[in-house]
Design a protein around this ligand. Structure first.
Ligand SMILES: [Zn+2]
Length: 166
């Protein structure tokens, strides 16, 4: 692969399920108690889906929907961490490692700040990077979009990959 650095960018969004639905909200692999889940074939983890898209784009691969189609019952209700593990192994094979990760979320609920530390911790472990390499920002965007109005969550992720030192 050409160049010492590769940048990746990815987005994902899902709508909240009706209030009484039993599906749990999962963000960055962390279960958010007391909040209804997102409507998705898998666990609906917008952070991990946006992150997958960012990681795969950095190595010129397709989006999560192309790699794990929601028409395949194999991925129904699945823990999205397996998607990340799969793309990480491709990244390793190309002798690249993660430099840093930026996650940005837009939603009205849940409030992200009480969960930020545990999400960061989980991402650091999943990606095998120090905590300081991960940033999570969240905004309600002043309620200007359907996400800011509470209909779902929009996630964006940027990653920097770098060649492993020889
Ligand atoms: Zn998704």
């Amino acid at each position: 692969m050409k160049g010492a650095f590769r940048i990746g960018f990815g987005v994902d969004s899902h709508r909240f399920l009706p209030q009484k639905t039993n599906k749990k909200l999962v963000l960055g692999g962390v279960k958010i108690k007391g909040h209804v889940g997102l409507d998705s074939h898998s666990d609906g983890d917008v952070i991990l889906h946006a992150l997958f898209n960012a990681l795969s784009s950095a190595v010129g691969e397709g989006s999560i929907g192309q790699s794990f189609p929601d028409t395949d019952s194999k991925w129904k209700g699945v823990n999205s961490q397996i998607f990340i593990q799969e793309i990480l192994s491709k990244i390793k094979k190309q002798k690249l490692e993660i430099g840093n990760v930026v996650i940005s979320l837009e939603c009205k609920t849940p409030k992200i700040s009480p969960h930020e530390a545990s999400i960061k911790h989980n991402l650091a472990e999943l990606l095998g990077v120090p905590l300081g390499c991960i940033a999570i920002h969240a905004t309600s965007g002043e309620g200007l979009t359907s996400f800011g109005k509470g209909e779902g969550i929009y996630g964006q992720a940027v990653v920097l990959l770098q060649s492993k030192p020889k």
